[in-house]
Design a protein around this ligand. Sequence first.
Ligand code: NAP
Length: 246
Amino acid sequence: MILVLGGTAEARSLAALLVAADRPVVSSLAGRVARPRLPVGDVRVGGFGGVAGLERWLDEHAVDAVVDATHPFARVISAHAVAACTARGVPLLRLERPGWSGLPDASGWTWAADVTAAARAAAALGERPFLTIGRQGLDHAVGPLADAHALVRVVDPPEIALPPTWRVLQDRGPYTVEGERTLMTEHRADVLVTKDSGGDLTRAKLAAAAELAVPVVVVQRPSAHRTGDVVHTVADAAAWLDRLPR
Ligand code: NAP
């Protein structure tokens, strides 16, 4: 059985490929989002209980291989996958979509090491930031941007109290350039803050920001504790699985 650690579009695509090929697969979701987009095939939801819990799960379900297709900013589960798979001798593949640093406009962006640094950079650049960094980590943005008129886009409502000048927009991609242009124009956004999530689903904001000459602040990916094979596309992940002995 193949365990796909998910929560991303790539994980859903991989699960669909494996189900179509009649390969036994279980997708795992953290359970953070109230109404997640579910992959096809079997799905389990919730943490494993640390490395030991994941090891137990691998044993109990006779897992032949793990594909860690989690989000580039979800580093804890990735580190746990490395530790548990190493301990149990289970082959592990990291499927990680490329970041946006190769896009034509990337050289003009301000790169920040973390959300706090990004929020400080945004505070220096504008007063009406458009924050697209997700719900987790928003608390780190509040201090530097407490007086700003921020538009915060999240899938689920934030769990912390936000400054009264901030406006929350609940929405979920994919987004279009036209929609992003309209949103940024209506908000009169003067700086965009994003994570280097990569992928196509949420990329339109970058094109819209370029058109509107809105400066962009990008939170760099956290460094990874990584061993083993890494691929960047779903097709390469499927090919890696095909090469495993059955
Ligand atoms: P994280 O900090 O790396 O993980 C924290 C804990 O959540 C893990 O120790 C694990 O709990 C549990 N967990 C995370 N992913 C899991 C999965 N796929 N299946 C089962 N348990 C999981 O993760 P995060 O940044 O909170 O992200 C949570 C999930 O949301 C990830 O699966 C990720 O793909 C998705 N996501 C994250 C972001 C982001 O910006 N961080 C964006 C989009 C989607 P135990 O220790 O109990 O096993």
